[in-house]
Each structure stands twice: as C-alpha cells, then as structure tokens.
Ligand binder design. Structure first.
Ligand code: ZN
Length: 174
C-alpha cells in the first residue's frame, strides 16, 4: 500500500456527504492501511477517509504518527456521545497545510464508534486525543477549520488561506 495524495481545501470531495461504513472486509483493511500510510507520510495525527477522496464515515487517529502502530485508533461510523469542558487551542489540518487556527474544543469527549473489525465500543478521551477525535468527526460532516471560526478570526484565516492557496496545486473551486 502506498500513501495517497491528501486533498486540499476547495476540493468538493472534502464537503461531500459521507456514507456509513457497512462492510468490514478486506477492502476496508486495505483502505485503512492506505489511510495510515497517507497520514504518516504527511505527517499528521489523524486522517479522515474523505481527505483521500473516499466518502465514507471513517477516520484514523494516531498520536504516535506511525512510531507505534498499536496506537492507531480506527473510528468507523463515529458519534459524539458526550463532551465536557472547553479550551481554546491551536489546530491544523492536512488539507490546509501550513495554516493554524485557534479554536474552542472540548476538554473531554466520549465517542462511540466501530473498530476495524466492526466491533462497537465507546472511547473516552481527553487532551490532544479528544481534540483529534473532534477534528476527524468534523471532517465526516464536511466541516473544515474556517467553519469553526467566527468574526475577525474567520476573516483573517480566510485571508491567509487565500494567500497560501496560491502556492498549492490547482484545485477546482467550490
Ligand atoms: Zn483535517
């Protein structure tokens, strides 16, 4: 399996509807391997399937960025069960390379999801892991960093984004 290119902001597949994962067979295992390779190559802490052009409700998070393969958390068909606390924190996105935004995220979350074999479980997370889950859940709903900003910070982020995109390969406008 090889890393696939990560789609950049403005690609319509990042905001397309994502279908539930229904089959947990060989094809899904291959896709997960490709997602891991793509995430590690970037490198990033997590990746959602739509970021490599596969519109499924599927994401991975790996705070070790490939150093500890056992640390990869697969979340298929995830749902936010509960969240608590709030903090403002800097966040980036592999689909918006080089830019960071400061936004509000919960301190703690509980996420219900299926693993790579389709087993349902609930995962409690705090800190960076909670933030990463929130970021990937957003991707599965077509929500990107600027959508989490308001007012002046949104305006300034979009301005910086417009400049940054001049150095990106051409993507089709939304
Ligand atoms: Zn992202």
């Amino acid at each position: 399996m090889a890393a696939r290119p990560i789609l950049l902001y403005g690609d319509p597949r990042l905001v397309a509807e994502n279908r539930p994962v229904e089959s947990f067979g060989r094809d899904l295992q291959d896709l997960l391997q490709e997602m891991c390779e793509s995430c590690w190559a970037a490198p990033g802490l997590g990746l959602a399937a739509p970021q490599i052009g596969v519109n499924l409700r599927l994401a991975i998070v790996d705070l070790s960025v490939g150093k500890k393969p056992d640390d990869v958390v697969v979340i298929a068909n995830p749902e936010l069960v509960s969240s608590g606390g709030v903090r403002r924190i800097e966040e980036g996105c592999l689909s918006i390379p080089g830019l960071y935004a400061t936004l509000a995220r919960p301190l703690r979350v509980t996420v219900a999801a299926q693993d790579a074999d389709g087993r349902r479980r609930e995962i409690e997370a705090d800190g960076t892991l909670a933030q990463a889950f929130c970021h990937e859940l957003d991707h599965l709903d077509g929500i990107l960093l600027p959508d989490r900003l308001r007012g002046l910070s949104r305006y300034l982020f979009l301005l910086r984004l417009r400049w940054a995109r001049r150095r990106w390969p051409a993507v089709r406008e939304l």
